[in-house]
Design a protein around this ligand. Sequence first.
Ligand SMILES: [Mg+2]
Length: 440
Amino acid sequence: MKKGIDPSTLKITDLRFADIDGAPKRCTLLKIETNQGITGYGEVRDASSRTYAAMLKSRILGENPCNVEKIFRRIKQFGGDSRQAGGVCGIEVALWDIAGKVWEVPVWQLLGGKYRDSIRCYCDTDSEGGGRDMGKALKERMRMGFTFLKMDLGIELLMGHEGCLSAPLGFLEKMREYKKTVFSTPHGSIDPRAMRGEAYDLFNTAHPFTGIHLTEKGLDFLEQYMADVRREVGYEVPIAIDHLGHIPVEDCIKLAKRLEKYNLAWMEDPVPWQMTSQYVRLAQSTTVPIGTGEDMYLKESFKPLLESGALAVVHPDILTAGGILETKKIGDMAEEYGVQMSLHMAESPVACMAAVHVAAATRNFMALELHSVDVPWWNDLIKPAVDYSSGYIKVPDAPGLGIESLNEELIASKLHPDFPEAWSSTDEWNKEWSNDRQWS
Ligand SMILES: [Mg+2]
């Protein structure tokens, strides 16, 4: 136990935020302060809102932060799918950090110990041009040390090519027109300025309802792209594919069948995760492994899909799945169904370190996503800086998350313009209240 600390009288006294931008996404870092000078670091899910965490402040003030599960169960009802879970999960992560610092053990030890000393990482890779160009970009990742690859392969690549897609006439033109606006902003499709009105509706139309289909020419194009990538990188390195686009399950099946011989690690989020029966149909129609999970909150969301037998991979994000312990539980449950776990992560090094501890402590873990390999300052947001130079991150032995401190100067220089002051008072949230009991 840390000298001078009395765990039995430890209390949460404050919750504050710093929103940074360009990492490459908007990241909301949080700190939980205690009455004995120990601070826990956490983070709200990428491109989410600090409000999801701030509204929970009054519900955790005065609580003993070491009772992580007890507090999690109290605030759990305020999480939801995707970004809505960001507040609950960010707080849960900070509580583990405090508990580890108080008892002077790393979080992975609190989870039961570790299966590995370093965590295999993969990184998203963007590339302009064709499959050969993507192949070259991926080869560069391999030169950097990465042993696992992921790329996008979907309708985005076909938008500029005639005859590759069919849709109700005029629909694709409208999409292209809005995309021009959306992607001229720094945050692509998740920029709040671009996601209003008709654009919002357009980008929030789920796969079965867009009416977009791949033509044979489109399928030929995507297959050739994949073949060109494999020609560059060979067949021995795993490649996962993501962002097929909002196409119906029938088109996912056609594409998956075309791609079987290219040896995919997994096909990610082909249709919304809620559509279990469509996942079953897809999985039964192809040998391409199917994965999903980054928008799923809590173990119970994963259960129907795992029971259905449709998944080869669960891919939760710690900051949506329910935090550190819930994500480990999801991994453990997946193992019972013979399913591996990889981790989605597109946030700051705080979330990255939280993921490292879960990855260390979960047996069926495969690879952790890095979304910011092309952001040169990203590693330095925490001290010690994140080191993935070998394609792996070493599992730390330091207490808690293994973060000594945040790099406050760097944070100050990257603040989101809407929140120009880091760690300002959140007193306005001290009295937020409702009768939270979920039954009468
Ligand atoms: Mg994804």
